[in-house]
Design a protein around this ligand. Sequence first.
Ligand code: GLY
Length: 363
Amino acid sequence: MLILGGGLMGLAIAHQLARRGIGVTVLSRRRSEAAGFVAAGMLAPHAEGLSGALLKLGQLSLRRVPSWVAQIEADSGLPCGLRSTGIVVPFQSTEERDQYPTAAFGESLDREQLHQELPGLAASWTAGLLFSQDGQIDNRRQLMRALESACVDRGVQFQEGVEVQELLQDHGQLKGVRTRDSEGTLSTLSCSQAMLCSGAWSAQLLPELRVFPVKGQMLSLQTPRGALRRVLFGPGTYFVPREDGLVVVGATSERNAGFNEGLTPQGQTTLQQGIAALLPEAINWPPMERWWGFRPCTPDEGPLLGQSPIAGLWLACGHHRNGVLMAGATAELITDLASGSAPRKDLAALLPSFRWDRWRSEP
Ligand code: GLY
């Protein structure tokens, strides 16, 4: 089985397939561009205010995270950095708080409770929701490394620096892929089944897919010890405190940036303004690192899961802001489908909501 893309989704699926004894090769163009290395690692279906099928998928995914992480940690012998810190969403009024799409799943906080949870929060925030079931995982420094190691230990083969240039098909059935390696050598690999996990770049291989990039710029700050216990999820800006005192701050959401790489003055200003509006003292915390990446978005911000227009090609892409949260459940579902096992009913019931052609009737 070929996995097209060595990001979080590709690795998670490769790992699950390998655990079932299926031979897997991962084709990866550039490891560092994977959203799994860029994201903040929030496990936040409630804090993100999801709704409908996306909320359901997020909640099912959240429940599966501990057992998924336990598998990766057992196979790799490495920690993934899963932390149940809870996430607090602040609001400017109780009305705003009570209208939040996921308010019913959170604990309502008044002004005093909110500021107790988040010392240093700007005074203009007067109400909050605490989602203690939401959490975070250290995707950048731990999860990705552990997952790669778990894959290697389970016998997954990797081809790095290999770009898939074309999908080869015969009468709608996948036959193989044409690739180009870092030296420019073109090759053809035969396969009857493959997983398309190419993140924001998925539509470059299959233009029918409505996946497009939404650029995010981020940074990390070194905090004074114990400065932030919870994840703080404000509108447009969030703070994710890691175990060792580093805080990941994100993120811009740039729909018109295309695949333009790099930090921009405007993006950095937006982040600074977001920090000042939420946690003014954090403006003085020393910045450690700045980076950017591309979220794989779709018109309704839900992923593309399951069958594609090409028989034998399975889709696991377009998770937008929730890839880390949904990787485990996605891997389980897609592995079941591709290996001919019956997927779990609760996940299978969501497949129609995440079909690649769900917008086909729209103009
Ligand atoms: N999940 C947060 C983000 O995409 O910025």
